[in-house]
Write a protein that binds this ligand. Structure first.
Ligand code: SAM
Length: 207
């Protein structure tokens, strides 16, 4: 396994993503999030909520190797998935050749998604950004939302330390960062697979 902490450089806080995909050289087993399956915390939500709806326009932020994007497309959504890493996007295009998912090489902090999407989903990307960059990322995430935003991330209480990469978020930080949207649902739970890991799963709606 390649550890993000070993590649992370605070002077270039986002560069390690491209580096990790390059170093993996096509072996997803060495990427910490390269499980080869959709995220179970996303699957639970989709099955319980009956989402995404048929034809719903979904944007997957920091799509990595594309398992979540493909899962959402298999449930009837029209999916655009993007990642900062050109190597990850090339990997997706090869791995999922013929897929209806539109894979795009883009940086959340720079991209403009026009009128926005019915459903934007962000899983484990905010927590992989240092807090000073996250503030900017919140605004860009919200701007891409025409309908709803689903966030799944590591969670902590206010008085608890954020720790190192991946940094745990507080509910207050999420609410403040996404204040232009309305919080519609919030769950605080222990990851069923990664025991002892506290997760937040929240849904925000365009007001
Ligand atoms: C921790 S990984 C999680 C990947 C995927 N969401 C998952 O759960 O398997 C974070 C992903 O976000 C991407 N990423 C980080 N910063 C980004 C940015 N500013 N814009 C787009 N993608 C970004 C990384 O390249 C990486 O693929």
């Amino acid at each position: 396994m390649i550890e993000g902490q070993d590649l992370y450089d605070p002077e270039r806080p986002l560069d390690w993503f491209e580096e990790i995909y390059r170093k993996a050289a096509g072996d997803m087993g060495v990427i910490p999030w390269g499980s080869g399956a959709p995220n179970p915390n996303l699957v639970v939500w989709c099955e319980r909520e009956g989402r995404p709806r048929q034809g719903e326009r979904v944007l997957v932020v920091g799509c990595g190797l594309g398992d979540d994007a493909e899962y959402l497309a298999s449930r009837g959504a029209t999916v655009t998935a993007f990642d900062l890493s050109g190597t990850a996007i090339g990997w997706c295009q090869k791995r999922w050749a013929g897929s209806p998912v539109k894979y795009v090489h883009a940086n959340l902090l720079e991209a403009d998604w026009g009128d926005g999407f019915d459903l934007v989903m962000e899983i484990y990307t905010l927590q992989a950004m240092p807090p000073q960059i996250r503030a900017e990322a919140f605004g860009k995430l919200a701007a891409a939302v025409a309908g709803e935003l689903l966030v799944i991330c590591r969670g902590r209480d206010e008085e608890e330390d954020a720790g190192g990469l991946p940094w745990k978020l507080t509910k207050a930080e999420l609410e403040a960062g996404l204040a232009e949207l309305e919080l519609a649902a919030f769950e605080d739970f222990e990851d069923a697979v990664k025991k002892g890991t506290r997760r937040f799963r929240g849904v925000w709606k365009r007001r």
